[in-house]
Design a protein around this ligand. Structure first.
Ligand code: ATP
Length: 228
């Protein structure tokens, strides 16, 4: 197994509030890892450090052997754009753009020409059960549809790692399970590693492995909760 991304003993405080206190975690290429733990334990902060959104005060973050914590903002931003995909709790689609333009966005930001970006975006609509919704804007989509569009946007550029922070948190449980199933299946098909923050054990059951964050520290449980 190859480690794709790793946190080594990272600490981060927001002013007086310690969010991470010596958290370590390593994620293998191609695996789906669920990050669980109580509210306020540091899950999102850990995800943001792994993704190069936040820089820890101490410790190391490595992606493909490179020290992410030593990179400048421009380099981290390029890393996020070129190698990572993101899905958040509330899809955060750009409301002025159509669904297919939203999906194509990471490709457009990577310099792919519009025609080609839209051509790569379109197959995702059939794959995620969104046929016919290509031209809708986010205000004209249901929560589950919008989240599937956000998922397609997260995966369209075939990122090495998809970071998902409570991707089903705003959905009812049936819709949430459909989104999870699509996320895990699509990521596995293209070999994308998934790091998924969730409160919900049912959501975590789609993962290969779980990491538990408590009081700013992480520990990983061995495999055993493989997708049904
Ligand atoms: N931008 C911020 N400014 C100040 N404090 C913050 C900030 N972000 C997080 N914190 C604090 O850091 C700690 C960890 O927060 P974090 O969001 O990582 O936890 P979490 O486990 O993801 O929580 P939840 O499950 O409720 O989303 C909490 O005490 C939180 O209040």
């Amino acid at each position: 197994m190859t480690t794709v991304i790793e946190a080594r003993d990272i600490a981060l405080a927001f002013g007086e509030t310690p969010a991470l206190r010596g958290a370590s975690l390593s994620v293998q290429a191609g695996e789906v890892l669920a990050v669980m733990g109580p509210s306020g334990s540091g899950k999102s902060t850990l995800l943001h450090c792994l993704a190069g959104i936040l820089v820890p005060d101490a410790g190391e973050v490595l992606f493909d052997g490179q020290r992410v914590d030593r990179m400048g903002e421009a380099q981290r931003s390029a890393l996020r754009r070129d190698r990572f995909g993101f899905v958040f709790q509330f899809g955060q689609l750009v409301p002025e753009l159509t669904a297919e333009e939203n999906v194509a966005l990471p490709l457009l930001l990577n310099g792919v020409r519009r025609g080609s970006a839209l051509a790569q975006a379109r197959p995702w609509f059939a794959r995620l059960g969104l046929d016919g919704l290509e031209r809708r804007r986010s205000g004209e989509l249901s929560g589950g549809q919008a989240q599937r569009v956000a998922l397609a946007r997260g995966l369209v550029a075939r990122p090495q790692v998809l970071f998902a922070d409570e991707p089903t948190g705003a959905l009812d449980s049936l819709t949430g399970e459909q989104v999870m199933e699509l996320m895990v299946t699509s990521a596995r098909e293209q070999g994308t590693t998934v790091i998924l923050v969730t409160h919900e054990p049912r959501v975590a059951s789609y993962a290969d492995r779980e990491a538990i964050v408590r009081d700013g520290q992480a520990r990983t449980l061995s495999a055993g909760s493989v997708a049904p």
